[in-house]
Ligand binder design. Structure first.
Ligand SMILES: NC(=O)c1ccc[n+]([C@@H]2O[C@H](COP(=O)([O-])OP(=O)(O)OC[C@H]3O[C@@H](n4cnc5c(N)ncnc54)[C@H](O)[C@@H]3O)[C@@H](O)[C@H]2O)c1
Length: 247
């Protein structure tokens, strides 16, 4: 498989290592410095593009791949406000795309558990629910894409919450912002060297129930992204990791 890496930062480098070990070749490594060289990409020289770039670059990269008819696996988060437009374009034009806010198999199992738990807790008004996420200090967006996916899964079941509200906690003594009872809190913490830690917490005066996923390295995201790249070749449409893993 000939791969174009759109974004050659922490994730791009992790993907490169696994791809080469699996016998794939990296034909493009695009970063901020050489983003303009990206135009020559075509199906003649690239089988699939993998985008782990930046929130404000991802949509442009997706559109360039659509133009070139090159299948794309998108890992970048922070652009999902434009998801509906991209989805429509992908389907209308017969393009090929995989998206996931988290490519690790463990997180996709965690998503499934979250949905089951949200269904079980729906209507149990004594419990309040919140999400906490912790990532390294270089992460650009907050709340994390993974936390937003978890929130949307809870909102689909929970009758008390109608929207989520993000709160970035820099220090323990940061003044807390007001939160309405119908808002699902996502608390984001940025701590050096944390790859990704997510909690879903239900709390009543009697007890608490908590589920957690902790990423120990970037290997899981990178492995899942390559699995998605191998899978999308030859298919048309827009898919998520859930479709690929069939959980
Ligand atoms: N979905 C997942 O499983 C998953 C896992 C980890 C990270 N992420 C997301 O992936 C993204 C990248 O994460 P990272 O840790 O590698 O970040 P990073 O900051 O280490 O790397 C980002 C790279 O993007 C490049 N870039 C900037 N503008 C570009 C453009 N126009 N075209 C191509 N490349 C460009 C930068 O030069 C840099 O090399 C973030 O949005 C992060 O949240 C997703």
């Amino acid at each position: 498989m000939k791969i174009a890496l759109l974004g050659y930062g922490k994730m791009g480098k992790a993907i490169e290592k696994i791809a080469i070990a699996k016998g794939h070749s990296i034909v493009y490594k695009v970063s901020l410095e050489n983003a303009f060289d990206f135009m020559p990409i075509s199906l003649e020289n690239v089988d699939v593009a993998i985008d782990f770039s930046m929130p404000d670059a991802a949509v442009e990269n997706i559109l360039k791949c659509f133009e070139a008819k090159v299948p794309i696996v998108v890992g970048t988060t922070g652009w999902y406000d434009q998801f509906d437009e991209i989805k429509e374009k992908c389907l209308n034009e017969g393009q090929s795309m995989v998206h996931s806010t988290n490519y690790s198999i463990g997180v996709n199992i965690f998503y499934k558990l979250n949905k089951i738990l949200a269904k079980m807790m729906a209507g149990l008004d004594d419990y309040d629910v919140m999400i906490e996420e912790i990532h390294h200090t270089e992460k650009k967006d907050h709340p994390s894409g993974t936390a937003i996916t978890l929130a949307n899964q809870i909102l689909a079941e929970n009758q008390q919450k109608t929207s989520y509200k993000g709160r970035l906690v820099y220090q323990a003594n940061t003044p807390s912002q007001s939160l309405k009872p119908n808002e699902l809190l996502i608390e984001s913490k940025r701590i050096a060297d944390v790859t990704g830690d997510h909690f879903v917490k239900y709390e009543s005066v009697i007890d608490g129930i908590e589920i957690r996923h902790v990423a120990k390295s970037r290997y899981g995201f990178a492995k899942g992204a390559i699995m998605a790249a191998e899978w999308i070749i030859g298919k048309k449409g827009i898919y998520s990791m859930e479709d690929i893993l069939k959980l």
